[in-house]
Design a binder for this molecule. Structure first.
Ligand SMILES: Nc1ncnc2c1ncn2[C@@H]1O[C@H](COP(=O)(O)OP(=O)(O)OP(=O)(O)O)[C@@H](O)[C@H]1O
Length: 288
């Protein structure tokens, strides 16, 4: 089971002076159960690629399959396959439209034909996921909330659909540090529950470091790197040309390595980095 993108090309405004090849022969397989980050500079094609995953955009050429079904074909399985991919857009709060937080989050599950008791359960779970108190916020207008709270309502609306594949297009953009920290933690918890494959767009390697098991780097509509975070963070040239930087932890280890001690650079958290520094320091002392 996977999302498979095969030789996908997408051109905006074809046959006009503004024609733009946003994706150029992209081939990518996202296995069910994985957490994949998609990174790249602004305009590299990340959002365009994400919108292909649930059929919002059909490729100019190439194929997108979800669990083996071509989601742009005329076949029967297409709607079910598309529904298994939930999409949280960049600035999803612009898509809120109902009169209360409850109604907004309940809209999708109701539309899927769930009974009211099941809808209610989904709304409560989704609000807990985004850390919005049910009793306090359920009857509030989404438009009376802060930007960060509106974002959480919009994300809850997608989470309530329990998609098998959850696509998050820069979910932390514009959030304050606490809201960002909470949201990333909740995304991690959701992934750890084990039922959701996550594809998350981010410019920020510090957001990605503790989450994704794989990073795909886009540059000018093409995949320029694809691998485990430890491998990608070492690719200084590729990252720089894609307008990205290694996470602060990796940069710190690189500096220590250049200036003081030979340390392992592929540490993904502070605890393993501290162990690597201490081990190297002990070796040096022993050999002195
Ligand atoms: N509706 C559109 N019409 C014409 N060109 C577009 C349209 N949407 C995107 N583009 C162009 O396609 C290219 C890829 O855009 P896309 O939004 O996919 O990039 P991105 O990597 O998601 O950028 P960002 O990080 O700023 O969201 C850019 O050059 C952009 O200007």
């Amino acid at each position: 089971m996977a999302i498979e993108i095969e030789n996908v090309t997408y051109t905006y405004m074809k046959k006009t002076p503004y024609e733009k090849d946003a994706l150029k022969k992209i081939t990518l397989k996202i296995e069910k159960g994985s957490f994949v980050a998609v990174a790249g500079h602004t305009g590299s094609g990340k959002s365009t690629l994400m919108q292909h995953l649930n059929g919002l955009i059909a490729p100019s050429s190439g194929i997108v399959k979800v669990d083996g079904v071509n989601i742009n074909s005329k076949g029967k399985g297409k709607i079910k396959a598309r529904r298994s991919v939930g999409m949280v857009f960049q600035y999803p709060e612009t898509q809120l439209f109902e009169e209360t937080v409850y109604a907004d989050i309940a809209f999708g599950p109701r539309n899927f034909g769930l009974a009211e008791a099941a809808v209610d359960k989904r709304v409560k779970e989704a609000m807990a996921f985004v850390s919005l108190d049910y009793a306090q916020y359920k009857d509030v207008s989404p438009f009376a909330l802060s930007g960060g709270q509106m974002r959480r309502v919009a994300i809850a609306g997608i989470v309530a659909l329990k998609p098998e594949y959850l696509v998050l297009d820069e979910p932390t953009a514009g959030l304050d540090p606490k809201a960002k920290h909470d949201l990333l933690k909740n995304i991690k918890d959701l992934y750890c529950e084990g039922n959701t494959t996550i594809i998350m767009v981010s410019h920020n390697m510090d957001d990605i470091i503790g989450l994704a098991g794989r990073i795909v780097v886009l540059n000018d509509g093409q995949i320029v790197a694809d691998g485990a975070p430890q491998e990608i963070f070492m690719e200084k040239e590729i990252l720089t040309s894609a307008g990205l930087r290694a996470p602060h932890l990796t940069q710190l280890l690189q500096k220590i390595n250049e200036k003081a001690l030979p340390v392992k650079l592929d540490c993904l958290n502070v605890a393993t980095a501290a162990d690597a520094i201490c081990a190297s320091y002990r070796r040096r002392k022993k050999n002195a």
